[in-house]
Design a protein around this ligand. Structure first.
Ligand code: BDR
Ligand code: CA
Length: 280
């Protein structure tokens, strides 16, 4: 019997978030329990719309999708529409979804799902960590019942939003700080691996020509992004879900990671302590 991984996604869909959603919704090894949406690449209302459209493209069953934070904990949002398109997801002019949004706010959905499956669930945030920080602050006892967090965010080398900060952490460093200090076991799927799963134009074209609705959607999204960015593109956030299913494909090491929240040159940097541990 195949073991299914119970997963909750937290997204800011988002061109590459779309692949994380598509993959989690369609992969037989994933039990996708719910999706929470947050302000990030674009505003949270648009993020919800985009996410529902991806679930349509995936032909997914009923999966609770809820709206979360409309802005970072402290600062005003800065969007990334130059990367993701005016609608945040490639401007494909997809039909609106008729799916309903879950009536619970993101932190409440997280609480209910975690309480229903204590110590089993892997939370996969691929977006700024505002919802997750709010969940930890509001429902600390429930948050402790997560099995682990495998997040896309941060970097052990250079950044993308700024020289040293990765976008998801940089968008809400105060939230990231709360999450990294929470004591919940965290795997950081950072920029060091994020850009590696590359798709070529020929591969994207092949998907577009498929008879499968989900593959056509993926292909069109990839081609639109290739045109905007004028290069081959990464599947990005998808990798954080893949890392949960196939941890042995990635080399991981244990380090202390701090988040810089000061308003200087490296705000939003994940400071990875690589010093050798002295056993004194
Ligand atoms: C991260 O930022 C977003 O733009 C992407 O969706 C990804 O989650 C990469 O820095
Ligand atoms: Ca994202």
């Amino acid at each position: 019997i195949m073991k299914k991984h119970p997963i909750i996604l937290d997204v800011d869909t988002g061109f590459d978030d779309a692949f994380a959603v598509l993959f989690a919704a369609m992969n037989q090894e994933v039990e996708l329990l719910g999706i929470t949406c947050v302000d990030g690449n674009t505003n949270v209302h648009q993020v919800v719309k985009n996410t529902l459209k991806v679930l349509d493209a995936a032909g997914a069953g009923e999966i609770p999708v809820s709206k979360g934070a409309t802005k970072p904990l402290v600062e005003e949002p800065l969007y990334a529409e130059h990367i993701h398109g005016a609608d945040g997801m490639g401007d494909l002019e997809l039909p609106e979804s008729s799916r309903n949004i879950d009536r619970r706010e993101a932190t409440e959905l997280l609480r209910d799902l975690v309480e229903s499956r204590p110590n089993e669930i892997t939370l996969v945030p691929v977006a700024p960590l505002t919802n997750i920080a709010n969940f930890i602050t509001k429902y600390p006892a429930s948050a402790k019942k997560l099995k682990e967090i495998c997040l896309m965010g941060g970097s052990a080398s250079v950044g993308n939003a700024t020289a040293m900060a990765e976008f998801n952490i940089w968008h809400d460093p105060e939230a990231a700080d709360i999450v990294f200090k929470s004591g919940i076991p965290i795997t950081m799927y950072g920029l060091d691996v994020f850009y590696l799963p590359i798709i070529t134009e020929a591969e994207a074209q092949r998907l577009t020509n498929s008879n499968e609705k989900s593959a056509q959607f993926a292909g069109k999204l990839l081609l639109s992004s290739m045109r905007r960015l004028k290069q081959n593109v990464t599947l990005g956030d998808y990798g954080a879900v893949a890392a949960v299913l196939r941890p042995s494909l990635l080399r991981t090491e244990v380090f202390d990671v701090g988040v810089e929240t000061a308003h200087g040159l490296v705000r939003g940097m994940t400071v990875v302590d690589r010093r050798p541990r002295l056993e004194l």
